[in-house]
Design a protein around this ligand. Structure first.
Ligand code: NDP
Length: 282
């Protein structure tokens, strides 16, 4: 559709930044991507593969991971391996990082992207689900980062965190998910300060996404929201670029940037607009 003036300006600004991105620099890069059996994570794996990176992918379903690895090899990955793991299990979380570092002989990029399934409906007070989702979507991200930091410090590497506009703005229907994304933005944004203050070699990148056309997201929002989703392969490319440029934060698509920019100007109107976007049929 037609874009407003500000969005066009922003897009030309981001394409200017992109001039500094050399995809060739990712040839041979040692990368671990989580949640890579489907959706955006799968597309991230394919982009890295096309660029000739060495990748380890992980998720729970071994049979699907096998297929993704096969495709990565066909696309030109220097190395493509998988390890099946459940991020709800802290032992699995460490095992994945150990596997990647051992098989790749180090690590340049830790791309944290997985999310556990969570219902899309008004909150029913289920505390067990929130605790479980915090482990999968939040604590496991921290644990992997702690485990990978020494290797990333050695390689001057990067942690890339996939987050959401729903981690920046309050909305109905996905409270447990939103809580985990707010937690991620708060934690990794603050960790970045500490790493810079300590003059660490490791960069932190947080990628803030709007609605993307993955099967799971579209299935969830169907009937609740009438909004055009953006393509997963473009979101994935944006994520890879953000990490390679060591940018601390990026947004995709551009409406996310403007949403965040104007978020606190008129809070009452903002909240009316947000509630107006969603359908509610009790
Ligand atoms: P998907 O639901 O398509 O993929 C989720 C991935 O996580 C799958 O590979 C799944 O594989 C894996 N996973 C699920 N549970 C676990 C678990 N317990 N342990 C390990 N892996 C697990 O998600 P999307 O691609 O839509 O989203 C990817 C990222 O993008 C997320 O961080 C999400 O918050 C973010 N995002 C997405 C948006 C969208 O509209 N799609 C919007 C904003 C942000 P398996 O089932 O095999 O374990």
């Amino acid at each position: 559709g037609k874009k407003c003036y500000l969005m066009k300006k922003y897009d030309s600004y981001t394409s200017f930044i992109t001039c500094f991105f050399y995809p060739e620099s990712l040839k041979g890069a040692k990368v671990l991507v989580t949640g890579a059996s489907t959706g955006i994570g799968e597309q991230i794996a394919y982009h890295y593969a096309r660029l000739g990176a060495q990748i380890v992918i992980t998720a729970r379903r071994e049979n699907v991971l096998k297929e993704v690895v096969k495709k990565c090899e066909d696309l030109g990955a220097q190395k493509a391996l998988y390890i099946a793991a459940d991020m709800a299990n802290p032992t699995d979380v460490d095992r994945v990082v150990e596997f990647a570092e051992k098989k790749l002989g180090g690590l340049d990029y830790l791309v944290l992207n997985h999310i556990g399934p969570s219902p899309y409906r008004m909150w029913d007070g289920d505390m067990d689900h929130i605790r479980w989702l915090m482990q999968v979507n939040f604590y496991s991200y921290l644990q992997m980062t702690v485990k990978a930091l020494p290797a990333l410090e050695k390689s001057k590497g990067s942690v890339v965190v996939v987050s959401s506009m729903l981690g920046k703005m309050c909305s109905p229907y996905a409270l447990p998910y939103i809580a985990t994304k707010f937690a991620l933005n708060g934690f990794f944004g603050s960790l970045e300060h500490e790493l810079v203050m300590k003059q660490s070699n490791v960069s932190i990148s947080i990628c803030i996404l709007g609605l993307i056309d993955t099967e799971s997201a579209i299935e969830k929002v169907k009937g609740y929201i009438d909004m055009a989703p953006y393509p997963a392969h473009e979101a994935a490319w944006n994520i890879i670029k953000t990490g390679a440029l060591r940018q601390s934060e990026s947004t995709y698509p551009s409406y996310v940037y403007f949403g965040m920019l104007f978020r606190d100007w008129f809070p009452t109107h903002r909240d009316m607009v947000i509630r107006g976007i969603y359908n509610y049929k009790p």
